[in-house]
Design a protein around this ligand. Structure first.
Ligand code: SAH
Length: 264
């Protein structure tokens, strides 16, 4: 049988959509978090609401792999949109995650580094963690034709079919609530969205040798109104991220089984 998949979210509104998958086995408490077992489409899960930010996520990701035996990790939640082509409710499946706040403050600005690598001349300058090309292809074919749920009609937004997009997601220990920061981050990286956890989970997964996926739906556009939009839309848009989890679980299980040591 496959190893369980660790499913992480940051906020109660994101986590609430996983309650349906949770089974009745006892909750395991560890370092103040509650780890619950679940099953979705016959795939065993360990589900945690980790709280916000990179360190919370990194600790939970480590526990999921080392202590709960997870063979792959998925983060599902909301994010701020950066690309002018995207709207609230749209989804971004990360093909790369970059910790945008990791680096050096120098006289003329900020220089981004790859986390955990000494910034000496000659180090790789491609930042962040990327999915293998074969995984991206499989995700695209798996999600071809998939339709996200439309947002409920009472919300103050145009009624449209939300889109599923593939690209870079930025992670940092900052809620982005500024037009200037949004434009700068998009201009520097071309990333589609910004959040506070995915890059940390990916770093742990890469170090410990398990596959990872980051799935986000846009609760806001990271600009001047993002603190208002976040409160209005998070609960509704998070259902889209949870719907994506169901679709892509087999992809991460297959990748995890590939990396599993051959059984005797
Ligand atoms: N509402 C609070 C905190 C929200 S934190 C405040 O105003 O400070 C936002 C959570 O959702 C994080 O878990 C993060 O991953 C995600 N998120 C949504 N929109 C975001 C944005 N604009 N910038 C950064 N993270 C965002």
């Amino acid at each position: 049988m496959s190893r369980p998949v660790g499913l992480i979210s940051a906020l109660p509104a994101e986590f609430s959509y996983f309650e349906d998958f949770v089974d009745s086995s006892p909750v395991v408490r560890e370092a103040g978090w509650e780890f619950r077992n679940g099953v979705l489409e016959d795939i065993p899960l360990v589900i945690v609401e980790a709280g916000m930010g990179k360190v919370q996520t990194a600790v939970v990701a480590t526990l999921l792999i080392q202590q709960f035996g997870c063979g792959g990790l998925i983060f599902s939640g909301v994010a701020g949109g950066l690309s002018p082509d995207l709207a609230i409710g749209d989804a971004v499946v990360a093909t790369r995650v970059i910790q945008h706040d990791y680096g050096a403050l120098v006289a003329d600005g900020f220089v981004r580094y790859h986390p955990g690598v000494l910034p000496v001349p000659g180090i790789p300058t491609d930042h962040g963690y990327a999915l293998d090309a074969d995984v991206v292809d499989t995700l695209k074919s798996t999600l071809h034709g998939f339709r996200l749920p439309r947002l409920p009609g009472h919300l103050p937004i145009e009624d449209r079919q939300p889109t599923v997009n593939f690209g870079t997601i930025l992670t940092g220990d900052q809620f982005v609530n500024s037009e200037e920061a949004r434009n700068r981050l998009f201009g520097e990286t071309g990333a589609l969205a910004v959040e506070m956890e995915g890059g940390a989970m990916a770093q742990v997964a890469e170090r410990l040798g398990v596959p990872w996926l980051v799935l986000r739906t846009l609760s806001d556009l990271a600009g001047v109104d993002s603190h208002i939009d976040f409160n209005v839309f998070t609960s509704a848009v998070a259902s889209g991220a949870a719907a994506l989890v169901r679709e892509v679980l087999p992809v991460i299980v297959a990748k995890s089984d590939e990396g599993e040591p051959a059984k005797q």
